[in-house]
Design a protein around this ligand. Sequence first.
Ligand code: FCB
Length: 432
Amino acid sequence: MPFQWGVATAAYQIEGAVDEDGRGPSTWDVFAHTPGRVRDGHTGDVACDHYHRWAEDVGLLGALGVDAYRFSVAWPRVQPSGSGPANRAGLDFYDRLVDGLLGKDVAPVVTLYHWDLPQPLEDAGGWMNRDTAARFADYAALVADRLGDRVDAWITLNEPVVVMAYGYALGMYAPGRTLMLDALPTAHHQLLAHGLATGVLRERGAARIGLANHYSPALPADASSAGAAEAFDVFMNRLFTDPVLTGSYPEIPGLDDVVRADDLAVIAAPLDFLGVNYYQPTWLTQPGPDAPLPFDMVDAPGHDVTGTGWPIVPDQFTALLRGLSDRYGAALPPLVVTENGAAFPDEPDASGAVADTDRIAFLSSHIAAMQDAMDSGVDVRGYFVWSLLDNFEWAAGYHARFGLVHVDYPTQRRTPKRSFTWYRDLIARSRA
Ligand code: FCB
């Protein structure tokens, strides 16, 4: 399979149209409408209005010349209450989108779950409830039956670690629960959902199947923090990779209560690729004696940061890709970088141009870092920039602009930034 250059988005972050064509409420609708949860009370009600402007956005993808576009299907459009038959009008939207992409020679890469759980499933316990995994498999079947003949690659879940950590342990993202270590069952139930959906997709002859994990290299902040870094690595990185690739969990107390006999065989179903989302490493120190978690995250001075304050460390991207290859060896399928990118406070200048040179520097240094890993033998088959458009950045609302295309939210006007032209040229050169 030739290397794919792409860009990525997610349904709740761009679509808007939250109550059109029978869409039901998701956890993110409820969370964003709860005062104090999202900065300045922003919501995804309108977002980039992509639900109505998708044809214009597909035009942008065509102009960019990407090989592939990664988007997510909103579960509450397909099953408004989280179970039962498909809502035809919801699937029609993605059907049109997929055909539009193919019309521009852009391969559709579909994420089935990018955090917008139907609220009725959350009311029944959400990812704390094992039954949600079975519901997800049913939903995957409905989407595959409609789109499977044209989808180039499937991604079951996006960043289950973030759902567990931010959504259920720390409460910064929907559904906003603060269970701390008691959130661990959400890891297992999401992984089970991934495994069951993989089976469903395989039965239907899916082209390629993967999972998109968030990876953050764990770095000890000082000489006495190796244990804290190790603990973070287990929770953040290995918990969502070991079972999928090796069929067993790392040593974590408390998981045994929720894992049933055949679960690990389901979770370890063979994959065609592993999706890697990389933004930044994390520095750790040993926590105090009564701390709820076995590590403390700390800032590490000495690095340039993005607009969201995230340290820019491309070397750790090389180390991450190499590290996956070293740790998992022959068990590692080909890698696809399913997200990488940066937010900066981009605004058009007097001439209307958006000269986002800092984003170009970020992307080019990270692409070079990926290529270093590939030169050393790591099998990487694709790279997707996060994101095509500026969009709703979860708890940061519209304050973080990650797009290659600037969106003026009051008018919905799209302006390709300088990074758009730069990426377009990079892709064109790579084909020459
Ligand atoms: C990732 C998410 C994606 C986007 C980027 C900035 O964790 O998967 O939706 O918000 O961060």
